[in-house]
Ligand binder design. Structure first.
Ligand code: G4P
Length: 203
């Protein structure tokens, strides 16, 4: 990953992020509410560059905050992006792959779904999300890929919190993981970044 980009993202998190309680980082000004399209495009390029040689055919995410980075990665890879829906749609009723996702942050359970029309055994998937915390969203998408017989080529997240379970969960499954920003801990309301290289190399 480009050093210049890491610095740019970390500076943005330092300047605009707010630590809430023990383990939440609020970055509503460029990622989770207002979206900075240029930063998002640069993120997409970083993901695409890292997973360029993997034969990715589709980018998968979960609505809503995953959509912006996933779209930019898919644009840069020239493949479609599909987002799993959390809510029942009137026009999307059967022919669905579904998985249950528990949100520790919100303490709610969601069923996520993707139409069988948009994922198949021919696909090699790149999973993209905004945050990697406990890995529940990624786990749900892995379940869906397994049900579809699709191969998972990698996982890319904008911000991972290494002190939660998600990072280990993915590494243990030998899935290539790229986190654009990696947070080791929060210290008195400040973000401490991790620059540990524990990512699995892309073959
Ligand atoms: P997980 O997906 O990694 O397991 O995360 P977890 O269950 O802990 O969190 C559930 C929701 O909270 C997810 O969004 C996740 O992206 C978000 N989240 C987790 N940690 C943080 C954080 O430190 N900061 C922010 N801003 N969000 C965090 P979601 O429910 O899918 O919501 P959305 O995508 O519709 O916004």
């Amino acid at each position: 990953m480009e050093e210049k980009f890491i610095k740019r993202l970390e500076e943005r998190i330092d300047a605009e992020g707010r630590v809430l309680g023990e383990d939440i980082l609020k970055v509503d000004s460029f990622l989770n509410h207002q979206v900075d399209p240029e930063l998002m495009q640069a993120m997409g390029d970083e993901f695409a560059h890292y997973f360029a040689d993997m034969g990715i055919t589709k980018v998968l995410t979960v609505e809503s905050s995953g959509i912006a980075p996933a779209l930019m990665a898919s644009l840069s890879l020239s493949v479609p992006m599909v987002f799993a829906r959390k809510h029942k749609s009137l026009t999307l009723t059967d022919n669905l792959y579904t998985a249950t996702v528990y949100s520790f942050t919100k303490q709610t359970e969601n069923t996520i779904s993707i139409s069988k029309s948009f994922l198949s055994a021919d696909d090699k998937v790149l999973i993209i999300d905004d945050f990697l915390a406990n890995g529940q969203a990624v786990n749900g998408l892995l379940d869906i890929c397994e049900a579809a017989g699709a191969t998972v080529g990698g996982v890319g997240v904008v911000i991972e919190k290494r002190f939660q379970r998600g990072h280990q969960f993915i590494v243990e499954r030998h899935i290539p993981l790229l986190a654009l920003a990696s947070i080791a801990s929060f210290d008195n309301g400040h973000v401490v970044f991790s620059h540990e290289k524990e990512q699995i190399n892309v073959q």
